[in-house]
Write a protein that binds this ligand. Structure first.
Ligand code: CP3
Length: 354
């Protein structure tokens, strides 16, 4: 960690003072960048990009060549875990992720094994190591995984869903089965995150994209409890080498206090809560990441700058804020708008750190 030229992200995540607010963006590498689409064409598919460390490295660095971002995020996907479990991941054009063999019965869930990150997911650790070498200490590298519940959503449903009816039906009909799957997933997630940390990831983030579709009590029992288990198994290191953890539940605003209590360093917010109010609720315990509405990136650079300033003002003065969107960069975002966002954070935030 001492080799980092820019450690503002690490400092903000641990609520130490910084000269300005660090900024990175979920999905900062992606289809809004022409050079990403070019790399994907060369790779042949999105999965080939993920599974070829030299290409994953190239794509990870692309947004950093354009914008003054304060972090890199590993180019990969949360669904590499179900893929390594043999569920047959593929991406049908324009339809999002699909699994050939979704889990619908007791036998298939009982059969499921935790993938060994050194074998079936070796390309992930290899990519982390190669990205660290390529970054040469410019900014920290964020590793990530999906939450056990979010993975279960795709694994049971077989793909994206409007209402997640199949996994929720299992939750009510066979909670024992879902618990069994979540236990397996939580072991797979902690093993993969530990492998990323070992390979050089300096921050870890858990994406709980679908926990927010649950009622409060079910969220605690089926999503939050398993993220807590993951955190309890992480080899986070100590002192200056300690790896901060960000937990992001989309739609998690009603439960911020509970999320802040599972042992994370930072809570990621989607675009819905007022950042200042979230800070009042949990800002004394954890750092906060977010929370500009991604759709602002479909407006003009002036509007992006104005909305960025509102988010900075909402957090107010002091340490503990990592600027981000409330969800990923939309595919139709103009790169000049992303440029305007990153520039605005660097230009407008120093006054909140004096
Ligand atoms: O943020 C980054 O730049 C790092 C890379 C990253 C990707 N996926 C690359 C990707 C990360 C952190 C993810 C996480 C992820 N993947 C989540 C959690 C965050 C979220 O978005 O809610 C989820 C639910 C997935 C599963 C997934 N992968 C979906 C639903 C899709 C299809 C939707 C879409 O936007 O196309 C993907 C594909 C995917 N993952 C793409 C990228 C750049 C697009 C693939 C392509 O067509 O090139």
């Amino acid at each position: 960690m001492s080799t980092l030229q820019n450690d503002t992200l690490i400092r903000a995540l641990t609520r130490q003072p910084t000269p300005y607010t660090p900024v990175w963006l979920m999905r900062q590498a992606g289809r809004y960048l022409p050079e990403y689409n070019d790399a994907r064409r060369r790779a042949g598919s999105f999965l080939a990009l993920c599974k070829t460390p030299s290409l994953a490295t190239e794509v990870t660095l692309q947004p950093l060549e354009r914008f003054r971002l304060d972090a890199a995020i590993l180019f990969s996907d949360i669904l590499t875990i179900p893929d390594a479990m043999g569920l047959g991941l593929y991406f049908a054009d324009g339809e999002g992720p699909r699994l050939e063999r979704p889990l619908r019965d007791e036998a298939s869930i009982a059969r499921l094994a935790v993938p060994d990150p050194a074998e079936d997911l070796r390309y992930v650790g290899d990519a982390v190591a190669e990205i660290r070498r390529a970054l040469a200490g410019r900014v920290p590298l964020i590793g990530f995984a999906g939450s056990p519940y979010t993975l279960a959503c795709y694994m049971v449903e077989g793909g994206a869903s409007e209402d997640w009816r199949t996994v929720k039906a299992m939750l009510y009909k066979r909670p024992d089965l879902l618990h069994r799957l979540l236990e397996t997933n939580s072991r797979a997630v902690s093993a993969l995150l530990n492998a990323q940390i070992e390979a050089g990831a300096q921050v870890t983030m858990i994406f709980d994209t679908w926990g927010g579709s649950l009622p409060a009590a079910a969220y605690r029992e089926f999503s939050l409890a398993y993220m807590e288990k993951v955190l309890s198994r992480l080899k986070r290191g100590e002192g200056s080498a300690r790896v901060p953890v960000i937990v992001f539940t989309k739609g998690g605003a009603p439960w911020l206090e509970q999320i802040a209590a599972i042992g994370c360093d930072c809570v990621g917010l989607d675009w819905s809560p007022d950042l200042g109010e979230a800070r009042q609720r949990i800002g004394k315990r954890v750092a906060l990441q977010g929370n500009l509405d991604p759709m602002v990136l479909l407006a003009s650079p002036e509007e992006v700058r104005r909305e960025t300033e509102k988010v900075l003002e909402s957090y107010g003065s002091g340490a503990g804020h990592v600027f981000n969107l409330g969800h990923g960069v939309p595919q139709l975002a103009q790169p000049e708008n992303v440029e305007a966002l990153v520039a605005a954070v660097h230009e407008l935030s120093p006054k909140f750190h004096r």
